[in-house]
Design a protein around this ligand. Structure first.
Ligand SMILES: Nc1ncnc2c1ncn2[C@@H]1O[C@H](COP(=O)(O)OP(=O)(O)O)[C@@H](O)[C@H]1O
Ligand SMILES: N[C@@H](CCOP(=O)(O)O)C(=O)O
Length: 311
């Protein structure tokens, strides 16, 4: 029995929503082929451009904890053969690690006939993130699984999916590097000031309202209103100022770090001017960046014909 799953990249945090918000985007995405059986050994193979960023030992991938959890839940000792065509660059802040955990969770739920609900699928996929981030954060996997903008309570697992209006565009500028999301999480304080709590809660709530109602002014302040996490992380990203200034100059409603970085994203409500962005980024001296112009997607992990996987 086999299945092919497409899993979208995701932009976590969206400014003030650390660990509680994430947005699925149309491109890039990973395609994951999953086959289960009773014989042989487990096998995970990556194909595509990013092989040197990925673990060679399959037990270190974000898919292994998902396999183990399905074995525990079902009591079955099934074997699994997986091929992943990586379209999402690992460690770029686009939920690359979470996308495959989400794809495999979706695939095994179908192949094993477990019929788990979305809350359970998010919990299982988040276990995969332990391999990349040291903790099972739920935001990226929830958006990859469900599509749209997902708000999740990491304490209880309660979540809502917000359908994103079709007028929005997203620009991602991928530049620089990070050691890992895990390292970028270790920088964060274990307790925060109540003033910051109130600031981020207010902006996170306004972000959702203003996105749905197309309130440009509030959306702008909300997206750029994080006073807790982003101010700490940007010290490690020298390209932050140049990219933010450029995207705002060409009409972005707001700009923030994508996930734990190093990518930044800008939200637009009309088609972004690719050539102008390129010109300004080059003029400002930024080199070795990738410019991605994409859109939010309200579709999460889904089955695709296996011939599209082209492994
Ligand atoms: N299936 C996977 N896809 C991408 N990265 C993976 C995967 N499995 C393990 N990793 C590791 O996880 C790290 C990237 O994940 P992370 O730091 O969370 O960044 P991001 O989610 O932004 O791509 C890299 O060290 C990579 O080798
Ligand atoms: N909420 C997490 C999101 C990490 O996203 P990634 O795409 O950078 O892995 C965090 O901010 O640590």
């Amino acid at each position: 029995m086999s299945i092919c799953i497409r899993s979208p990249a995701s932009i976590a945090n969206l400014g003030p929503g650390f660990d509680i918000m994430s947005l699925a985007i149309t491109e890039p995405y990973d395609d994951v082929y999953v086959e289960i059986g009773h014989n042989g050994n487990d096998y995970i193979k990556f194909v595509g451009d990013y092989l040197h960023y990925l673990p060679s030992d399959y037990k270190s991938t974000t898919m292994y904890p998902v396999i183990e959890e399905f074995r525990r839940i079902t009591g079955l000792d099934f074997k699994v053969r997986i091929t992943v065509r990586k379209g999402i660059k690992p460690a770029s802040g686009l939920g690359s690690s979470g996308a495959d955990a989400a794809a495999l969770t979706y695939a095994l739920n179908k192949l094993l006939g477990t019929n788990l609900d979305s809350k359970s699928l998010i919990r299982i996929a988040a276990l995969g993130e332990t391999a990349a981030a040291g903790v099972p954060h739920m935001d990226n996997v929830a958006a990859s699984l469900l599509g749209g903008l997902v708000i999740i309570n990491p304490v209880t697992g309660d979540f809502v999916k917000v359908e994103v209006p079709s007028n929005y565009w997203i620009v991602v500028v991928l530049a620089g590097s990070k050691v890992s999301t895990g390292e970028m999480r270790k920088l964060l304080p274990s307790a925060i000031d109540m003033r910051d709590f109130k600031n981020n809660s207010a902006y996170a709530s306004m972000l959702i309202y203003s996105l749905i109602t197309n309130n440009r002014e509030i959306l702008s302040r909300a997206l750029m209103g994080d006073s807790i996490v982003e101010p700490i992380r940007i010290k490690f990203y020298p390209h932050y100022g140049i990219i933010k200034e450029t995207l705002l100059k060409v009409g972005a409603i707001g700009v923030a770090l994508s996930g734990a970085g190093p990518s930044l994203f800008g939200v637009f409500d009309s088609e972004p001017p690719r050539d102008r962005i390129d010109e300004l980024l080059r003029k400002s001296g930024l080199r070795d960046y990738v410019l991605i112009i994409t859109k939010p997607t309200n579709t999460g992990t889904r089955e695709v014909p296996c011939n599209q996987l082209n492994t």
